[in-house]
Design a protein around this ligand. Structure first.
Ligand code: CTP
Length: 218
């Protein structure tokens, strides 16, 4: 019998603190990543989910590792990446962090304030660069315009096998909504569209295609 697939996912937003009470982040709910983790566990796969701060419970059978910042998210993924068969980066990672982090709550100043920001680590790009031929790496592309073109660019530039393109210009689907429209693009030219549909159905659609492609190449 073949052992169950090992699946590693990231989900939710990350936070980059300015001081103990303030942070930069985004409105990701984590619903899509948690739906994918739940769907993977329901297939009997071994699932590790590295999650930013969200208001969601751990799906049954999923090992959830909770983190706050991008650096913590990468550090939590690293021990699990070498053994995983499938890595799916769903997290909406904050792209910048303040250069300075104050250990104490900053007091309000009279006039305008300028924040100096530096890039955070790209978790997906870092791990995809270490990918072995037996590993499948999947990214998400949240775009408001030129969705397919930008997604295809990320697929190539980040060394991915698949990318899920999300149009986040519509409030009723995508980030923080219950439904999602999915355009699944493969490195070897596959193109599969789905939705709008509830995120659990979108998750099943994505896993079906990725598992079928792995089985075909096995
Ligand atoms: N990602 C990541 N680490 C980052 C930024 C993004 O792992 N620091 C991953 C996301 O989880 C997603 C993919 O990269 O799977 C694309 O994320 P997205 O925010 O759409 O793109 P960016 O690479 O941040 O580029 P841009 O914001 O310019 O569109």
């Amino acid at each position: 019998m073949t052992p169950p697939l090992r699946c590693l996912l990231t989900a939710g937003p990350t936070r980059e603190h300015l001081d103990p009470v303030r942070f930069l982040s985004n409105g990701s709910s984590g619903k899509m990543g948690y739906a994918l983790a739940a769907a993977a566990a329901a297939r009997g796969w071994h699932v590790d989910l590295v999650s930013g701060p969200v208001a969601l419970a751990a799906p049954p059978g999923v090992a959830v590792h909770r983190v706050v910042s991008a650096a913590e998210m990468l550090a939590a993924c690293e021990p699990h990446f070498p053994a995983c068969d499938l890595f799916i980066a769903v997290a909406a990672v904050a792209d910048y962090r303040p250069r300075e982090i104050s250990g104490r709550k900053e007091k309000k100043k009279g006039g305008p304030v300028t924040l100096e920001l530096v890039p955070t680590v790209d978790i997906l790009r870092t791990l995809a660069a270490r990918k072995s031929p037996r590993q499948t790496v999947v990214g998400f592309a949240a775009e408001t315009h030129d969705v397919e073109a930008y997604a295809l660019r990320k697929l190539t530039e980040k060394n991915l096998d698949w990318i899920v393109a999300n149009d986040v210009s519509r409030p009723d689907v995508g980030m923080n909504a219950d439904d999602n429209t999915v355009l699944l693009l493969g490195a070897v030219g596959a193109r599969h569209a789905f939705g709008p549909a509830p995120k659990p159905a979108a998750a099943a659609f994505i896993l079906d295609h990725i598992a079928a492609a792995r089985a075909g190449s096995a």
